[in-house]
Design a protein around this ligand. Structure first.
Ligand SMILES: *Cc1c(COP(=O)(O)O)cnc(C)c1O
Length: 386
């Protein structure tokens, strides 16, 4: 018997698989970003004060009081659209970084910019190169754009920079089909970093028609910032894009503001797809004010650096392996029992970020909290490990 021809008037299933089949090639195979835990439900269950939230690399010291004041000053204008150019914030950033404002593009978080860079520069048939254990958004952005990911094996666990980017291998993985390379310095979730001279040699090896995106989300927190910061390379390399964020050092994750610095001509192309009012008015005001409060930034990064040393030592003294970090989190190797330990900690109201999705199932990522939060984490960990 012959198969009946499909009935053109049949009602589609309208299930997720059907809608996915109608989506563009990239979206068809895309999996949504995994935020880790349902924090709203956890806050309801434990109460905000009892919960120790160390899963999302947030800055526990809070934003500058100047940023809070600036948000209040914006409340009279909620019915107005924000400045589509973000002029005030861009000028403040330009001054801070000693670059021209036309080299800056603003994003609703740097997440948005990382996605937009792939949308603009890579599509079906193109390759995007990034490291194994590189920031999760690199893979998402590549897939959403319908481009092919070329994932380069990371450095080994016994390397001085365990699980870090292998820049030689990344450069070697570039082919004529490569449009974009993503690197992060320091990287999340590994905390690893590399020196600017090393990166300068990498840039010299990259073909000049390949765009390199350098994600510096943790720049403000790195002790070695003076040695890692790629800004001095912008003048020489028109194919270099540096992304930064107000979410980490400036403790403004809830405001969703990031920015990219690049050649003015590259910025002009990015502007073509930027949603006109992508950064809201209170957020623009808060970030401009935060830039003016360098003392708060320095204070908060110093506290973080202090606690980073203390927490790393405390974890190591318990026999746990903790790779070096220059960020506000540490990766800790918990071994075969990792998921059980994470679940037991969660029962005690301590939230870490599981690393299974990153292919690091024997590790957990712990945001460095305040001294009190870290003490509560260690007390719970001691109970669980006993
Ligand atoms: C947190 C983080 C970001 C910042 O994301 P936003 O969207 O700006 O909040 C970007 N890159 C890395 C590597 C990060 O860890």
């Amino acid at each position: 018997m012959m198969d009946a021809a499909p009935d053109p008037n049949a009602q589609p299933a309208y299930d997720e698989a059907w809608f996915a089949s109608r989506a563009t090639a990239g979206v068809r195979r895309l999996k949504a970003y995994d935020p880790g835990h349902d924090l709203v439900a956890l806050r309801e269950r434990f109460g905000e004060l009892a919960l120790v939230e160390l899963g999302s690399n947030e800055n526990p010291y809070g934003a500058s009081p100047a940023a809070r004041g600036a948000i209040l000053d914006e409340l009279h204008a909620l019915h107005r659209y924000p400045d589509p150019r973000g002029g005030v914030l861009k000028r403040a950033l330009a001054e801070k970084h000693g670059v021209d404002a036309c080299r800056i593009v603003l994003g609703n978080g740097s997440h948005e910019l990382l996605m937009q860079l792939a949308q603009v520069f890579a599509g079906p048939g193109d390759e995007v190169v990034f490291s194994q254990f590189g920031f999760a958004v690199f893979a998402l952005a590549t897939q959403a754009a319908g481009a092919s990911a070329c994932v380069v094996p990371a450095l080994g666990v016994d390397d001085p920079m365990p699980l870090g980017h292998d820049l030689d291998a990344i450069a070697a993985a570039i082919t004529p089909a490569t449009k974009l390379v993503y690197v992060a310095n320091p990287n999340n979730p590994t905390g690893t970093w590399f020196a600017r001279e090393r990166f300068a040699r990498f840039m010299a090896a990259v073909p000049p028609d390949v765009i390199v995106v350098m994600d510096e989300a943790y720049a403000e927190m790195a002790d070695a910032a003076a040695q890692t910061d790629a800004r001095p390379l912008l003048e020489q390399h028109a194919n270099l894009v540096i992304t930064r964020t107000f979410s980490k050092g400036y403790a403004l994750a809830g405001m969703r503001v990031g920015y990219a610095m690049a050649a003015p001509e590259l910025v002009a192309v990015m502007e073509r797809v930027r949603e006109s009012f992508n950064v809201n008015g209170p957020a623009l005001a808060a970030c401009a004010a935060a830039l003016g409060d360098e003392a708060h930034l320095a204070w908060s990064c110093e506290r973080n650096a202090e606690q980073r040393v203390a927490l790393s030592e405390a974890l190591r003294s318990r026999g746990l392996r903790v790779p070096p970090s220059q960020t506000n989190f540490v990766l800790v190797e918990l071994g075969e029992r990792t998921s059980k330990i994470e679940a037991a900690l969660l029962e005690r109201g301590v939230v870490l970020r599981p690393m299974r999705g990153y292919g690091l199932p024997t590790y957990s990522r712990i945001t460095i909290g305040t001294r009190d939060e870290n003490r509560r984490l260690l007390a719970a960990l001691d109970e669980v490990l006993a």
